[in-house]
Design a protein around this ligand. Sequence first.
Ligand code: OAD
Length: 229
Amino acid sequence: MPDKVVVLSGSGLSAESGLPTFRGAAGLWREHSWMELASPEGWRKHPQLVLEFYNERRAKAWAAEPNAAHRAIAELEKHFDVAVITQNVDNLHERAGSTRVLHLHGELGFARGTGPGRKRYRIDGAPIELGQTCEEGTQLRPDIVWFGEETRHMEEAAGHVSAADKILVVGTSLSVYPAASLVEYARPRIEKILNSLEMDSVPRGFEFLPGQATVIVPRLTARWSGCRA
Ligand code: OAD
């Protein structure tokens, strides 16, 4: 069996594809209020505003291209058993070629109704308009996990992390829970790398590699893959 590699990614991975992060100087939550745009309360108060915000993000994400770091992560599948666990709602991992991707916070490319049914509809880059309904007749909303809603795939993700032989955490401030708690499932003696531009605190046992993902990640994955040769 090939070694198992787990990648846990965040918005910094897509920053060099032109998509904004959340908390940096130019972060989305500096300019916009997450309470208004990423919560069930905000959706009840002004759905039009929420739809516009996600329609714009979806359009930008669909116009963006995967970068060298996304591609290097996809290439790992040639050498390892790879699971990508992402907080990102874009589809740049998939478009780079990664085949096993768990989206903890939902996906821009899907919509769902607002009733009890949880059926998802693939919309890709298309906008969701007010008045557009699902089969049950309820308003369509982005299939995104908002604050106060349940993070997806946590059990499966924790299983991957606890079985990993190598872990790469990339482009996340690890400030949103429960996603950030996944690093705690890593076994003590495996190689654990964290790449971001800066980090307030690095989880125990992780080696911090500061710098741009498009530089650091291909270098790291080349080393890991070379070790297998
Ligand atoms: P943050 O904005 O909190 O953190 C982005 C991280 O990426 C920071 O550590 C940056 O240093 C790093 N970074 C920025 N550019 C980079 C680059 N070119 N190369 C490498 N690292 C870079 O974003 P997330 O941790 O993804 O949730 O945020 C987590 C969640 O908070 C999101 O999924 C979203 C948000 O609220 C929901 O909407 C539910």
